[in-house]
Design a protein around this ligand. Sequence first.
Ligand code: FES
Length: 125
Amino acid sequence: MNASEPDLHPLCHARDLLDGGEACPFDVRYQGQTCRAFAVRWRGRVHAYLNRCSHVAMEMDWRPNHFFDLTGQHLVCASHGALFQPDTGRCVGGPGRGPLVAIDVQERDGVVFWRSQYDLKPVEF
Ligand code: FES
């Protein structure tokens, strides 16, 4: 944890997230439940979401940590094919019922951090 900003949590090295490539998974407490989450890089910027489809609350990766469709332009849910905009989480196709739950991220000095908020906390071990 970053002592000067306790709501920022280190996630991975920035170089580990390749544009349109494999995601970095992490766990969060969201509204009191432990949930999977993921971060991806798209068009140079890092974006993170709960790994929970807006159609049915299921994890979305079609192989572990693979979320992009074959075009590399959308995040796709493996269950029924809902498509989401990688930079906003907005549903743009398929049976999704709204956007993905976004998690604020920052890149700083070669490290990606995610930011906790009132309903989104780190998992306590
Ligand atoms: S659970 Fe994701 S499209 Fe149905």
